[in-house]
Design a protein around this ligand. Structure first.
Ligand code: B16
Ligand code: MG
Length: 216
């Protein structure tokens, strides 16, 4: 019997990858680096600074910037990203998410967020679903990012649920690995990629049966 749900944000609750892509593409172009959508796939679930490092390495510019300069670049990207989120609303929730959260609330199943994004609280507020989450893990408090299980263990424990009793929802391979390493039941959400190691994979949350999940 499962007692709590842990959600990734980007790719599970909403699709912010397209906005990350626009902002990173513009920043990279200013540095003479061209990235495409295939490269953008490798940035999903990766922290802001690790994403910047990957882009600089891709453009062979990894040794060209000081830490302070890299922080300024990451801030510039985030400022553009936040501007692109200005019109985000409930309409940007991915299919089935709102209904699933309502069902969880009805059954008193606590929910938390395990996202690498420092913008998660603001995004959830804009989407109108902040109230459904008992806790949002602050990525600044983590020693390691996904695929390390730390964020998922913290997210489950923050809502008073042992990882073994929790279900985790992820769209990225690194996230599925982190959920499994935490000892949780992993639900992969992707219509395009096979998520290796997921206990269950669906194309969207509309396909999920909450009763069946709880009884895993
Ligand atoms: P921020 P998730 C991740 O979200 C994104 O997939 C990734 O592209 C982004 O770099 C990361 O959040 C950090 O986001 O710049 O807003 O702090 O999938 O872990 O919810
Ligand atoms: Mg994700």
């Amino acid at each position: 019997m499962k007692k709590g749900f842990v959600f990734d944000l980007d790719g599970v609750i909403t699709d912010t990858a397209k906005f990350h892509y626009i902002a990173w593409k513009d920043l990279a172009a200013n540095l003479g680096i061209t990235i495409d959508e295939t490269f953008n796939e490798t940035l999903k679930g990766i922290s802001r600074m690790d994403s910047l490092d990957k882009i600089l390495a891709y453009g062979h510019r990894e040794n060209d910037f000081t830490t302070a300069e890299k922080e300024a670049l990451a801030k510039k990207k985030n400022d553009e990203y936040v501007k692109l989120l200005a019109d985000l609303s409930e309409a940007d929730l991915l299919p089935g998410v709102h209904d699933f959260l309502v069902q969880a609330k009805k059954r008193n199943i606590p929910c938390s967020i395990a996202s690498a994004s420092k913008n998660a609280p603001m995004i959830l507020e804009k989407l109108g679903v902040l109230e459904f989450f008992g806790h949002i893990v602050d990525p600044e408090t983590l020693k390691k990012g996904k695929p390390d299980p730390e964020i998922f263990v913290k997210a489950a424990e923050s809502i008073g649920v042992a990882p073994n009793d929790a279900v985790g929802f992820e769209d990225a391979q690194a996230g599925i690995e982190g959920i499994k390493a935490a000892g949780m039941y992993a639900v992969g959400i992707s219509a395009t990629e096979v998520l290796a190691g997921a206990d269950l994979q669906v194309a969207s949350m509309t396909e999920l049966d909450i009763e069946q999940l709880i009884n895993q």
